[in-house]
Design a protein around this ligand. Structure first.
Ligand SMILES: Cc1ncc(COP(=O)(O)O)c(C=O)c1O
Length: 365
């Protein structure tokens, strides 16, 4: 076949930054000659889903289309949050919902604000639509704390279409002040404040932006992390019915498959599993952090089961661990090339990491 000139993608697509994330990719695992990887790079409940999820999956027919309104799950989520199904849109993971926010609201050249360092898909979705990204960046010297006054001043400079916030934040684990958020949302009613609460269930008692009930605050919740369903892809947005309906208009039909819908319903029906496994994960994190510090590693503990660790050269460090069959998240794409992010796993798995990191520390010091 001769290859002449090809149809060209939109320039916004060609110039997108890469989509860097945790979780193992088969090609890389193969390249390192590994058969199995112990993955500390993805922030997923290490104790797995409720047994009820597997029972529900076995009962779910796949020879018919799923309900494209995801009604049963929306009803269950509405009941869970004390809202109505009209306040909820279910998506193929928060990843799809981030893209839907952009597709629905961002016009070319629209200014959008991102509080960094944070999850990279906010930036990619803005750029994909031809929007303009402005950032405010938390600094390591301040332990990555967000300065509310700085955000308040930035908000006064431009009529932002969308402001992206992550609560608690990935990768720093830092939570947002809801009082500040309420003030910003009230002062800028035509700006959509998107609050990604993908990890909120890992932080007991952390208040959710859902409680603010502001029409221009949209909350995104992942069910892939706390309920341990990353292979099924599931998340939902909570917001004003007009915002939710607009996003639903832009969503591809049947994007939430039948297995994901059934798994989400079953997971919600087993809150004890969630609470027990989150408690176990946080206990495991505390032991892991204590041991890492005892070895001499500089760890920045946050509210979440994942945390940043200072390693000097994150890319090389990650590769070195990959050669040992262990994966951590390189912080370079977050603009943190000296840090890796480590997600707590089960105690025995954490012990294996400690054994490797003891050797690495001793080799380097
Ligand atoms: C902050 C944040 N939001 C969203 C996602 C994507 O979540 P999902 O698996 O629901 O698409 C991630 C995944 O790493 C994340 O870290």
């Amino acid at each position: 076949m001769t290859r002449g000139r090809l149809p060209s993608p939109r320039p916004e697509v060609s110039s997108l930054p890469p989509s860097d994330h945790g979780a193992a990719r088969l090609a890389e695992v193969r390249a390192y000659g590994q058969k199995a990887i112990l993955d500390f790079s993805a922030n997923v409940n290490p104790f797995g889903p409720s047994p009820r999820v597997y029972e529900a999956l076995a009962r779910t027919p796949i020879d018919r289309y799923p309900d494209r309104d995801t009604l049963l799950l929306r009803e269950a989520l509405a009941h869970h949050h004390g809202l109505t199904p009209a306040h909820i849109l279910v998506g193929n993971g928060v990843s799809e919902l981030i893209l839907l926010v952009a597709l629905t609201f961002i016009r070319p050249k629209d200014p959008c604000l991102i509080v960094e360092p944070t999850y990279g898909e906010y930036r990619r979705s803005v750029l994909l639509m031809g929007g303009h990204v402005r950032t405010w960046r938390a600094q390591a010297e301040n332990r990555f704390r967000v300065c509310p006054q700085a955000i308040t001043s930035l908000l006064q400079e431009l009529p932002y279409r969308v402001v992206w916030l992550c609560h608690p934040n990935n990768p720093t684990g830092y939570p947002l002040s809801l009082q500040d958020l309420a003030t910003w949302a009230d002062a800028h009613p035509t700006t959509l404040f998107v609050v990604d609460e993908a990890y909120i269930n890992f932080v007991p008692h952390l208040p959710s932006a859902i409680s603010l009930q502001r029409p221009n605050v949209l909350i995104l919740r992942s069910m892939t992390k706390d309920y341990a369903l990353p292979g099924l892809r599931l998340g939902y947005a909570v917001g004003d019915p007009a915002i939710i309906q607009a996003m639903a208009q832009a969503q591809p039909p049947w994007s939430v498959n039948a297995l994901a819908q059934a798994a989400g319903l079953a997971a919600l029906q087993d809150p004890d599993h969630l609470h027990t496994t989150v408690r176990q994960t946080l206990t495991a994190r505390d032991s892991l952090v204590t041991e890492l510090r005892a070895l001499g590693w500089r760890v920045l503990v946050a509210s979440t089961p994942f945390f940043l660790m200072h390693v000097g050269h994150a890319r090389r460090f990650r590769e070195r661990l990959l050669a040992e069959g262990v994966l951590v998240r390189d912080g370079t794409s977050f603009g943190l090339p000296e840090y890796v992010r480590i997600s707590t796993r089960r105690p025995q798995e954490n012990s294996r990491l400690i054994t490797i990191l003891r050797r690495v520390y001793n080799d380097d010091h």
